[in-house]
Design a protein around this ligand. Structure first.
Ligand SMILES: Nc1nc2c(c(=O)[nH]1)N(C=O)[C@@H](CNc1ccc(C(=O)N[C@@H](CCC(=O)O)C(=O)O)cc1)CN2
Ligand SMILES: Nc1nc2c(ncn2[C@@H]2O[C@H](COP(=O)(O)OP(=O)(O)OP(=O)(O)O)[C@@H](O)[C@H]2O)c(=O)[nH]1
Length: 451
């Protein structure tokens, strides 16, 4: 099923700014005529599909804008599934802006954000999970994130979903068939077959859910917040952690003055380290705002590191900070262990890690502990996912559970079918593959000819 939207969209496909090459991309039925018009009357030669053509690009007044390569992808063999044409000129923001203006004057419409990928989805070139993976690949901040997103874009996640979806539809057909025959006693063998399939599917969904949770954690990245009183060595610890991760120390711009942020890569997972220097008794309105922000960020942390000074031991200020921490995973970090021979007493019930930010001793242990606490080893994720996908899989698992319970009660076969239908719909939401027609097809394909 292939369709072209009525209008032809255009956008600068390369990032803003100066670069070697800049691309103006069209999608829609008018793409070849508009692009050919931009190439001037003299070279109105037709474009050969999937060939590189050297062309000059002109404004309507005949002035030369740039020259470059033109590519023509006739529908449906293109990224969007529509006719696509690209003008690949120089990476000059001004030349590209002129080309865009001319293209719009010639009848193209400026594309909305994501519209090329949206059209690719509507034309069945990408499913929803793949379209989401395009965005995740573009926004990846670690190699592991990028690799996982590329695998999802290639269909690794979608295939697993579709596979289970297909099995579910076959099971549904079986359950629906049972409804027709409920008078005759097709009975036990039939119920047993459904029950066996359900057990298998349960396990497969549980496995996929686990992988999707990992993939979603990887795609989201982590946030570790450092708390602690002044001078315990929070900045030193930030630097020590950041320096271990070779080039990936980037101060994230736009940071509020009171919070210090750095991004590090831990086991393939991008982790934002936040130093809450402001977590103290507020003396004025500005500091009060700083403390409020620190508290907010603490609430959004996957892990809080309460840094304490081993050379002074546990102080009442440490206790106040600990008491005020929100619920959630946390570790006490005994820093400056190089100054003492044994770790001081840790408050009961707290997990502590000992290290020296200055000498680097103990940082490996912290490293491992962080990866474990964040719950994902990025390099072992087979694909990227999102919270939306995780929720859909959870809903699917829940519906399968209900189907199993209902089956065991044995009194409402139509409710088993209903739960299976809902489980299938939840999966279909992940890929956007609509399930109604599939179910009909699956059911009717099993009918006798002539019925
Ligand atoms: N210049 C350029 N590079 C780009 C893109 C683009 O739009 N332009 N892409 C945009 O994001 C990505 C590539 N996406 C594409 C996806 C499908 C087809 C395509 O022509 N598909 C045909 C043929 C497939 C084949 O030969 O195997 C098809 O599916 O029928 C092209 C680009 C990344 N690189
Ligand atoms: N001996 C020793 N000194 C350390 C260690 N870590 C930090 N220091 C020293 O402790 C002092 C405070 O370190 P910072 O990293 O600035 O501490 P902070 O917690 O960020 O302090 P504020 O920015 O005031 O919140 C500095 O003089 C560091 O050199 C360590 O592991 N061993």
């Amino acid at each position: 099923m292939d369709y072209q939207q009525g209008d032809t969209i255009v956008a600068i496909a390369t990032p803003p700014g100066e670069g070697g090459v800049g691309i103006l991309r069209f999608s829609g039925p008018q793409a070849p005529s508009i692009a050919t018009a931009l190439c001037g009357r003299r070279s109105a030669k037709p474009l050969t599909p999937r060939h590189a053509h050297f062309r000059r690009f002109y404004a309507r007044d005949g002035s030369l804008i740039d020259h470059g390569i033109v590519l023509y992808f006739p529908a449906p063999n293109s990224y969007t599934g529509e006719t696509v044409v690209e003008l690949q000129g120089h990476g000059s923001p001004l030349a590209l802006a002129s080309l865009l203006t001319e293209a719009i004057a010639l009848g193209a419409r400026a594309a909305r954000a994501g519209e090329f990928s949206e059209r690719a989805f509507l034309n069945g070139r990408l499913d929803l999970a793949q379209a989401e993976a395009v965005a995740d690949l573009i926004h990846a901040r670690s190699d592991a994130q990028a690799r996982a997103a590329a695998a999802s874009l290639e269909g690794a996640f979608s295939q697993a979903v579709d596979d289970i979806h297909g099995q579910l539809l076959r099971l549904l057909a079986l359950a629906e068939a049972g409804l027709d025959f409920s008078e005759e006693d097709l009975g036990d063998a039939h119920a047993q077959a459904i029950s066996d399939s359900l057990v298998r599917l349960d396990a497969q969904v549980a496995h996929l859910l686990k992988q999707a949770q990992q993939g979603a954690r990887l795609a989201r990245g982590g946030r570790v917040v450092l708390a602690g009183r002044p001078n315990v060595g929070k900045s030193s610890l930030m630097n020590a952690l950041a320096r271990r991760e070779s080039a990936i120390v980037t101060a994230i711009p736009g940071t509020t003055r009171d919070l210090l942020r750095e991004e590090i890569i831990l086991g393939g997972l991008p982790v934002e380290l936040v130093d809450t220097a402001g977590l103290r008794e507020a003396t004025d309105a500005v500091e009060a705002e700083g403390v409020a922000r620190a508290r907010n960020i603490l609430h959004s942390a996957q892990l809080i590191l309460l840094v304490a000074d081993a050379s002074t031991g546990w102080q009442s200020e440490d206790e106040v900070i600990l008491r005020d921490l929100p619920e959630g995973p946390r570790r006490i970090i005994w820093n400056k262990m190089d100054l003492v021979s044994a770790p001081p007493a840790t408050p009961t019930g707290e997990e502590a890690i000992t290290l020296s930010a200055q000498t680097g001793a103990g940082l490996d242990t912290l490293h491992c502990s962080l990866i474990e606490a964040l719950g994902v080893q990025g390099d072992s994720c087979p694909f990227s996912a999102r919270r939306r996908h995780v929720e859909a899989l959870e809903s699917c698992a829940h519906r399968l559970g209900i189907a199993g319970d209902t089956l065991r009660l044995g009194d409402a076969p139509e409710l088993v079918a209903q739960s299976l239908r809902e489980a299938a719909a939840a999966l279909a939401g992940i890929t956007g593959h609509m399930d109604v027609e599939d179910i009909l097809g699956e059911i009717f394909s099993r009918f006798c000819i002539g019925k």
